[in-house]
Design a protein around this ligand. Structure first.
Ligand code: FAD
Ligand code: SIN
Length: 535
């Protein structure tokens, strides 16, 4: 058994912020499922929202966040996180993150959908990578931080399972698969932090990297934690549509600089919002979906050809180069784009200090539900949330009395009858089926019939996976598949409970917003004893 004072599962911005703070007093181990940089954070393009510009103020940022959240964001959470933005940016600047600056040396602020002001702090169009490199530099040589890439957490360790007869119900760490040695080992810690990011891969088309399989939500659910608002999956309107391009985003910031959307006939899209092409994402994604269905087209177009080519190349170098590699010169040709699953607005329920229902377990970043995003996340508010909550949770964890309680010896992983070698055809087919059902039946526009079908199919798939899961020698792919199917089921259950349309959840059989019955979070509670069933 390996031990540390803090076990951080996830190496994105939320996990690394936690680690850096916690390492001021204790030893920290950070797990990453693959390479350290393989996290949603590293792919972030647009930037981090902060009301820093002249004429802007946190009150306006709060108003935009609440408006985008469709009436169910938690105002206290919104205020706290938005008002912490200046400090969060300042901290990243102090670590050397090279945010873009204007000639007078001030931070250059971009514009994105749903924001009434220019307030996106960015590093060209590769903000997340710049942030990650700054954070990694800070933690890499830290004497109290140990980093374990290619380590995949399988499940949380619960005290009552370790000490027979103990009624204690705290988290003692996790069982972790070392993908290189293929061994599963116990990692014990009095404080464990889920910083595992989102679940974009539950959908067939996504902007997310392969690590985003909802592991944190699934592990927390199996451990008995409540989850909230999982029906609110954000679809980003503009993912590059090209047969050879995998999951490449075209940042909303291009629309902030004047890019616009058309159908394949060159007609502007009908977007029913005063901000037009810069409306919040739910509205733009639905307009694209509607237009593609109306015309039978496979994609729409985003145009930058009318913008100054020199500015486009400097402001969006990653997009320019990537599109060029795929034969598209964005200074002369429109870019084919489609919506794709992008962000999980709900997650494991936490308080404003990152605490979950399970003592000793915290959750921060995209995996967590703090109440910030409500029914739809405002652009560039998630890196902000990850930075603020990573640090807040660490401050709380440092003071947690559980830190003083010793972690008992955790028994070795019981592989049981898991002897069969990987059977790719079985596992790959289930991956495909889960993601296809979710894309076709639980996508941008939903209805009762499709949701009912999804519920039936996903339940069958989840049970089938659960049945063979314990027969095979575990590998990352199988661990992820089990989690993916469980999270898919939780999304469908949540979506079926919300008999209205609000924010990202649009059901054409209940097309109006119903504030009398549904102006609240959708909270799911697991059955007692961590059976994984609904309570
Ligand atoms: P992540 O950065 O996703 O990190 C998750 C970590 O958990 C990874 O290290 C992963 O390996 C690890 N992990 C997962 N499961 C396990 C497991 N079982 N065991 C061990 N480790 C595990 N937001 C903005 O605010 N502004 C933007 O401009 C922006 N642009 C985006 C562009 C793209 C293409 C994408 C995909 C997202 C974008 N977002 C943006 C959203 C934002 O990047 C994420 O919400 C945020 O980075 C999440 O950070 P995190 O630390 O919570 O998780
Ligand atoms: C983008 O750059 O368009 C993504 C921003 C975000 O997800 O907040």
């Amino acid at each position: 058994m390996k031990t540390s004072d803090f076990l951080v599962i996830g190496s994105g911005l939320a996990g690394l912020k936690f680690a850096l703070k916690a390492a001021e007093v204790g030893t920290v181990r950070v797990l990453a499922k693959r390479d350290l940089l393989e996290a949603n954070t590293a792919y972030a393009q647009g930037g981090i929202a902060a009301a820093l510009g002249p004429g802007d103020d946190p009150g306006s940022h709060i108003d935009d966040t609440l408006a985008c959240g469709g009436g169910i964001s938690h105002p206290d959470t919104v205020r706290l996180i938005v008002e912490s933005a200046r400090d969060a940016i300042q901290h990243l600047v102090s670590l050397g993150v090279p945010f873009a600056r204007s000639e007078d040396g001030e931070l250059e602020l971009g514009r994105e959908g749903g924001h009434s002001e220019r307030r996106i702090v960015h590093a060209a169009d590769a903000t997340g990578r710049a942030v990650m490199l700054g954070m990694i530099k800070a933690i890499k040589d830290h004497p109290r931080i140990e980093i374990s890439p290619n380590h995949c957490a399988v499940d949380l360790v619960l005290e009552r399972k370790v000490r027979k007869g103990a009624d204690g119900f705290r988290c003692l760490g996790a069982y972790v698969l070392d993908s290189e040695s293929r061994r599963i080992e116990a990692f014990g810690a009095p404080i464990t932090v889920l910083a595992t990011g989102g679940c974009g891969k539950v959908y067939r088309y996504s902007t997310n990297p392969d690590v985003a399989t909802g592991d944190g939500v699934a592990m927390a659910w199996r451990a008995g934690c409540r989850v909230a608002n999982l029906e609110f999956i954000q679809f980003h309107p503009t993912c590059l549509y090209h047969p050879d391009a995998k999951d490449f985003l075209i940042t909303e910031a291009v629309r902030g600089e004047g890019a616009y959307l058309t159908n394949l006939a060159g007609e502007r899209l009908a977007i029913d919002h005063p901000l037009g092409d810069l409306a919040p994402r739910d509205i733009v994604a639905r307009a694209i979906d509607r237009e593609m269905k109306r015309r039978g087209d496979r994609h729409v177009l985003i145009h930058l050809e009318h913008l100054d080519p020199a500015h486009v190349r400097v402001r969006f170098p990653t997009i320019y180069e990537t599109c060029l590699r795929h034969g598209i010169d964005i200074t002369r040709q429109p870019i084919p784009v489609v919506p794709a699953a992008h962000y999980q607005c709900g997650g494991v329920m936490t308080d404003l200090e990152g605490r979950t229902d399970l003592p000793g377990l915290f959750a921060v970043g995209e995996v967590a539900h703090t109440g910030l995003h409500g029914a739809n996340r405002l652009a560039s508010n998630s890196l902000l949330e990850a930075a603020v909550m990573g640090e807040r949770a660490a401050l709380r964890a440092l003071a947690d009395p559980l830190r003083a309680l010793p972690v008992p010896e955790i028994p070795d992983w019981d592989a049981g009858k898991a002897t069969l070698p990987r059977e790719s055809v079985l596992i790959d087919a289930h991956w495909e089926m889960v993601r296809k059902v979710m894309w076709d039946f639980v996508g941008i526009v939903r209805n009762d019939h499709r949701l009912e079908l999804a519920a039936r199919y996903i339940e069958i798939l989840r049970k089938s996976i659960e049945n063979y899961y314990w027969d095979f020698v575990l590998d990352r792919n199988l661990i992820e598949l089990r989690n993916l199917a469980l999270v898919a089921e939780l999304i469908v259950v949540s979506a079926r409970r919300r008999l209205e349309s609000r924010g990202l959840h649009y059901n054409e059989d209940h097309a109006a917003r119903d504030d009398r019955s549904f102006a609240a979070d959708t909270v799911l509670q697991p059955a007692p004893a961590g059976s994984g069933a609904l309570g």
